[in-house]
Design a protein around this ligand. Sequence first.
Ligand code: SAJ
Length: 422
Amino acid sequence: MIVSVIGLGYIGLPTAAVLASRQVEVIGVDVSQHAVDTINKGEIHIIEPELDVLVRAAVQTGHLRATTTPEPADAFMVAVPTPFKGDHEPDLSYIESAAKAIAPLLERGNLVILESTSPVGATEKMMQWMQEVRPDLTFPTFGFDDSADISVAHCPERVLPGHIVRELVDNDRIIGGVTTKCAEQARELYKIFVKGDCLVTDCRTAELSKLVENSFRDVNIAFANELSLISDKLGINVWELIRLSNRHPRVKILQPGPGVGGHCIAVDPWFIVDSAPEQSRLIHTARLVNDSIPSFILDKIRQAAENKDKEIADLTIACLGLAFKPDIDDLRESPALNIAQQVGLMGFGRLMVVEPNICKLPSGFDAATVNLVELDAAMEKADVVVLLVDHSPFKAMDLGLLSGKQVVDTRGIWAGAKCEVD
Ligand code: SAJ
């Protein structure tokens, strides 16, 4: 069996490598020549624990190879980005390109699976795009178990960045077919590497289930973030508040932070809001609450700077962390990056950025006043320290280094937000 994985990013590459580790012949396809060349050398272009070993083995044994041009296969798995555009409307253009790129290669009996997180209806839309290119082939009709030449399903990825390799194998999977036959065919493929249950449903339910999972988390994080705003107003330490409240047997409040980042939780709820705006009031409000947090943190930073008896231009500030969550290099939709960039415009004499998982500052910073530095250097010079990401080295840091500095701890890993550590 030959499987082609379209899109070799955070989901496609681990999926391709895990399948290859089960002796399946995998052809990975990506538009980035750099990604393709890196993978063909047995290396990886992203940071994800355990992935390097898996990819190296898959390439060395000849089970995985990458290319920029799609090739025929028995099954195609599409794992491309689904960002939003305009006023938070889903942008399906990457799925459209993928569908049109594989359509000319399709043969009777092929299976096409959409893994990308998508709004309800996207799997059928992808099918339509393929049908337009291939009127000679028959495609299934939603809910009708007629026999079509091509099977189409939606199997949303649900792995947690930082734990992708383990979760790809262990998590249960939702397998949504355009028809039951499509779902069964897709299930056979996932059973090759998934140890969790493969739960069969229709493609529309599968689409919404993925969006709902991420919206559930977004709403719960918004609750924690709202507690942080309330506690700030009432002069209460939110970290202690949550720690104590969570001692109730049925309460499990998540952690506040500098906002919600990543390409999933901050994006997917909008797909629900876009398709049912009147009905998704809570989901919509949660998004607004989470998106408002960076400006609250910027106010805290301004206050911290004012507490120092110096002009802002004479102060050095350190921002610790740019990634959207701990111990990864992923800066997509990162509130930490957004906040650090805004701090760069506040007029501090110098901004020192510490991000142990990258080696070059991304764009959006003024090279004259901003540097990417090691933690020790930042701690030596900074008057104000802003902790934006709970990376392991920051958690392990000697708290004595914060002595005499103004500290804004957005993750609660030190003494709590807005404290002067003396
Ligand atoms: N966050 C908080 N407080 C918390 C937990 C998270 O502020 O208590 C923030 C994080 O700092 C980060 C953001 O939320 O900025 C998202 O992080 P995350 O770890 O909750 O989730 P992701 O985006 O890395 O992965 C999510 C996962 N979905 C769920 O847990 C329901 C993952 O399983 C999905 O596969 C992934 O989205 C995806 O690709 O959709």
